[in-house]
Design a protein around this ligand. Structure first.
Ligand code: PGA
Length: 244
């Protein structure tokens, strides 16, 4: 299992960042752990010998040079960043479109950073139009990548209606299983044969210690992108142990 902690802007002191980073080291015996922290803390944690992988919450589409305020994929790569979250709904809400998201994915891949492409519907309608939305978000990126790049991209299914709530309001395991099957079917349009099975799919949206095990079991997900439950040491530790 791959568990990516999305600290968002919850963590805003070096003390808290250090505490979370240190405690995550103990969790690497249970799962692959990547911490997506605010950019400055990546610099702080870089260079430390540990199995905890560094992740970023975003990357610029810029290739560098005269571009004030941008943090490029090459900058992240220079710090040893392994993963970057791209197209999170909280960034799409600020106007980030599929074209920019594709560029960011390509920049990350060019620097050997694994992009975690976030997709997911705002709400579920009875006519299941949300499936078309998810398909379109996937197509916008996957149709433009090479076979090798497609296999190197991680998909995070994050339904917006389930983000930042509680376990009780999160997705049901059976609905997650259905969506994972659907995503793999769509990926089958871009990858031959069994290759679509190899793309890692994460789930994100109110994964907590109480629902993590049920969501992991049998749904077909390869891991989780965890927001609010990742910024409290005992909660995150319980969650990781629950899915291992
Ligand atoms: P949440 O966030 O776990 O707080 O719902 C997940 C995410 O937005 O990545």
């Amino acid at each position: 299992m791959l568990i990516v902690a999305n600290w968002k802007a919850y963590v805003d002191t070096t003390e808290k960042a250090k505490k979370l980073f240190t405690s995550a080291k103990r969790l690497t015996q249970y799962a692959d752990i990547a911490l997506a922290m605010p950019h400055p803390y990546i610099g702080m944690c870089a260079g430390t010998k540990s199995a905890v992988m560094l992740a970023a919450q975003d990357v610029s589409a810029s290739t560098g040079g005269a571009d004030t305020g941008e943090v490029t994929a090459s900058t992240l790569a220079s710090l040893g960043v392994s993963y970057v979250i791209i197209g999170h709904s909280e960034r799409r809400a600020k106007g980030e479109d599929d074209a920019v998201i594709l560029e960011k994915v390509q920049r990350a891949l060019a620097h050997n950073i694994t992009p975690i492409l976030c997709i997911g519907e705002q709400e579920r309608d009875p006519d299941a139009k949300y499936l078309n939305h998810v398909r379109a978000q996937l197509a916008a990126v996957f149709s433009k990548l090479s076979q090798k790049e497609r296999l190197a991209t991680v998909v995070a299914y994050e339904p917006i209606w389930a983000i930042g709530k509680t376990a009780a309001e999160s997705i049901q395991p059976v609905d997650l299983e259905e969506m994972v099957l659907y995503i793999r079917k769509v990926l089958g349009d871009y990858l031959p044969g069994k290759s679509a099975q190899k793309v890692r799919i994460l789930y994100g949206g109110s994964t907590e210690p109480t629902n993590a095990r049920a969501l992991a079991g049998g749904s077909g997900v390869d891991g989780f992108l965890v927001g609010h439950a990742s910024v409290d040491v005992p909660t995150f530790s319980a969650l990781v142990k629950a899915v291992s």
